[in-house]
Design a binder for this molecule. Structure first.
Ligand code: NAP
Length: 550
């Protein structure tokens, strides 16, 4: 027989709890149990969201049988009331009745919102506390404010754990949450995190600030709170189980960054090279907010993306000559005293894939575009002795860049008359499945097309080039090379390029598959047959991903 749930039992278990609690949902017992069954062996701490069940009372016998099969696991019963952000439409008395039942069928912990605790009679609360471990929870769905005041209210009620969840409206809110955790974790068992896309720092680093565990979703699409990350991602991508005081923090900063593949790539690189570091997507709505976090977390290094590549220059103590010349920085290193140093690795992202294929000093290269990527390409390729041509939708911008870099401006009408070794697309045309190509078929008089757009892998330009038997260099190569250079700047170690390429191409395939599922009526597209004899792709093919625990 499973031991009776009690506060004592939960206190004992606290020392064996995993760092991630997975929130499990389901409209009926069978669905919830099926999902829980698939998770419980790898992650023996599950929150069963009874409020998602259409008939929670009726589901309890089946849940009891399931819990009895898993005596090693800790189950939390949560029946969040609609008024407090959940789905349970019953009264506080009905909620209490359900949690009491939960204590009888093997749940070790029950989540009770602060609002419900306040509404209950002290005797009822004591009765629940005598039956089962209690988590007093409070969720602020709008802000991260007055955490100490909120906690003072919560700690008036006896509990085994206090769960305080706020909403990050900027990156600095994570700092507020972590300072709160550091201040109270020694005296209380606390779970604390910030919801929202900007709360990712607290979801990953909260455990080292003192949060007993954090919450993850079972799968993408089954989040029970805004910004919740799938539990497998917390473990496999962010390696939350190994995050400790010595873990160095890095991130990609921009607005937006939600769909960036940099976290997948850079965390894989850190894991492969056994660097104790974690890399996060930092959605910075202002540079000021970002810089405050960099100093207070502190963050050791940043990948900088739109719209901060130029603006960040003002915050740097120093930068390398290329960054100064180009006037854009995509890589920041924070010194021990808080000084910020800037680099530009976009140049390497364009130059290295081309150098691997040709002697740049003898090559004629057309760059389409005159923005940041075109700038990095023009400066970098000219420095290698290439003959560089520029064309752009807004001719004046290309003319200015041509003057600055000593490249040649080419009118769009003249492109078809020329022969090139490489044509580089440095415009966003073709991104997100756009059907347009930046040049027409008759303008592609070239041996190679290098499309800097990497998502999707098969852009309209890539399709046209392949149809004309032109060799294609995928934008993925730029992405990986610029990231590899960042890794080397930050760690001083050679980057595991094959691994980085492998995980990004897998992530792109996954995203493409998800797009096809989202558009069931769209024709199924074959993956791009891009040139495969390049060092990166050969290496990527050979690379093997560490097996993911099932
Ligand atoms: P950017 O600074 O905004 O410059 C965009 C350039 O594209 C400008 O020259 C702009 O022309 C032109 N453009 C925009 N929309 C156009 C359209 N509909 N038709 C024709 N030209 C158009 O952007 P960026 O930072 O240079 O990045 C450009 C693209 O490179 C990105 O979208 C991304 O796909 C790719 N990229 C890839 C990597 C990688 O790692 N693979 C890294 C960086 C960038 P105007 O001057 O007329 O506005």
């Amino acid at each position: 027989m499973r031991e009776t749930a009690s506060a004592y039992a939960s206190r004992i278990r606290r020392f064996r709890l995993p760092r991630v609690c997975i929130a499990v949902v389901g409209g009926d017992a069978a669905t919830m149990i099926e999902r829980a069954e698939s998770l419980v062996r790898d992650n023996p701490l599950l929150e069963l969201r009874l409020d998602y069940l259409a008939q929670p009372q009726a589901a309890l016998p089946k849940i009891k049988s399931f819990i009895e099969l898993h005596p090693e696991a800790t189950f939390i019963a949560t029946c969040r009331r609609a008024a407090n952000g959940g789905k349970f439409k019953g009264t506080v008395a009905a909620q209490l009745a359900l949690l009491r039942k939960a204590s009888e069928i093997g749940f070790l912990l029950a989540d009770l919102e602060l609002q419900s605790a306040k509404a209950l009679k002290p005797d009822d609360l004591k009765d629940l506390y005598d039956r089962i471990g209690v988590i007093i929870s409070y969720h602020d769905f709008r802000t991260t404010k007055k955490l100490d005041d909120q906690f003072a209210e919560m700690s008036k009620f006896p509990a085994d754990f206090y769960k305080l969840v706020s909403t990050a409206t900027n990156l600095h809110d994570n700092v507020v949450m972590m300072k709160f955790l550091e201040a109270h974790a020694a005296s209380h068992e606390i779970v604390g995190l910030c919801m929202g896309e900007q709360g990712i720092i607290s979801r990953v680093l909260g455990v080292r600030a003192g949060s007993v565990f954090t919450f993850g979703s079972a799968i993408r699409g089954e989040e029970t709170a805004p910004g919740q990350v799938p539990a497998w991602e917390l473990r496999d991508v962010y390696r939350i189980d190994t995050v400790d005081q010595a873990t160095q923090v890095y991130g990609v900063a921009g607005d937006p960054v939600a769909h960036s593949l940099s976290p997948v790539m850079m965390n894989a690189a850190f894991r492969r090279e056994t660097v104790n570091a974690v890399y996060l997507a930092l959605h910075a709505k202002t540079l000021k907010d970002l810089l405050a976090c960099v100093q207070e977390i502190p963050i050791r290094g940043l990948s900088v993306t739109m719209p901060y590549k130029q603006e960040i220059l003002e915050a740097l103590q120093n930068s390398d000559p290329l960054t100064k010349q180009i006037g854009a920085c995509n890589t920041v290193v924070r010194g021990a005293g808080g000084q910020l140093y800037g680099f530009n690795t976009d140049v390497a992202g364009i130059v290295v894939p081309l150098e691997q294929r040709m002697h740049l000093a003898d090559s004629r290269i057309l760059i389409v575009g005159a923005g940041g990527a075109a700038r990095a390409g023009a400066f970098g390729l000219k420095a290698k002795g290439a003959e560089v041509f520029l064309t752009n939708r807004t001719p004046e911008k290309a003319q200015v860049l041509a003057r600055q870099t000593k490249a040649k401006y080419l009118k769009r009408a003249d492109v078809a008359k020329q022969q090139f070794d490489v044509i580089i697309n440095a415009t966003p045309v073709g991104m997100n499945g756009g059907k347009q190509a930046p040049l027409n078929e008759n303008e592609l008089n070239t041996k190679y097309v290098f499309d800097l757009v990497y998502n999707p892998a098969e852009t309209a330009l890539v399709k046209v080039a392949l149809a004309r038997q032109i060799q294609v260099i995928p934008g993925l190569e730029m992405f990986v090379q610029q990231g590899a250079r960042q890794f080397e700047i930050w760690t001083g170690k050679p980057a595991p390029i094959a691994e980085m390429g492998y995980v990004v191409s897998k992530a792109l395939e996954r995203q493409a598959a998800e797009r096809i599922v989202e558009e069931p009526k769209a024709a199924v597209r074959k993956p791009a047959k891009t040139e495969s004899r390049t060092p990166l792709r050969k290496a990527a093919k050979k690379a093997s991903m560490p097996a993911r625990k099932k």
